[in-house]
Design a protein. Structure first.
Length: 167
């Protein structure tokens, strides 16, 4: 849910079908098995390649990347220029013991009901020109607010717009 839109763009440009899951390796693997995915991973760069095994594997990711570069006979900079450009902004809302996170997420979902909204893991609002994903952290007393757009300024503005509405 918090991974770049570039994954969807690239997958679809090659005739594939993109599927998102809740954050976390176990959720990604479950979704991959459900849709019989050929590759998957997480926004942090963790690659899951079922042909080897259903677990994040840095060495497999490196091998796939280097094999792709060799096959295309390109430099990394050349390959990067072939991919969509997006910027991700990572923000947070600090919680107090009496904060009702479920109520906040429900309010955001209702406020943006005319947009494409996904609530499998917090609330993700998918706008035409970017997205914002709010989800309660499993490790800290915060709501993570990730956003993505064509520029960092636009990504920050999307996050701030939603965070202002929450507060």
């Amino acid at each position: 849910m918090s991974s770049t839109r570039a994954l969807s763009d690239v997958t679809r440009s090659h005739g594939g079908t993109y599927s998102a899951s809740a954050v976390g390796e176990v959720n990604v693997v479950a979704e991959m098995k459900r849709v019989n995915a050929v590759i998957g991973g997480e926004g942090n760069g963790g690659v899951i390649y079922p042909e080897c095994h259903y677990g994040r594997d840095a060495l497999v990711g490196i091998a796939l990347f280097l094999s792709h570069l060799a096959h295309l006979d390109m430099k990394v900079s050349e390959l990067r220029r072939t991919l969509p450009d997006y910027c991700i902004s990572k923000n947070r809302i600090d919680l107090t013991p009496d904060t009702d996170v479920d109520a906040i997420l429900a309010r955001v979902k209702e406020f943006y009901h005319n947009e494409r909204v996904n609530d499998i893991d917090g609330v993700k609002i998918d706008f035409a020109d970017g997205w914002v994903h709010l989800r309660k952290s499993n490790t800290e007393p915060i709501i993570r607010v990730y956003s993505e757009a064509a520029t960092m300024e636009e990504a920050n503005a999307l996050a701030q717009k939603v965070m202002k509405m929450v507060k």
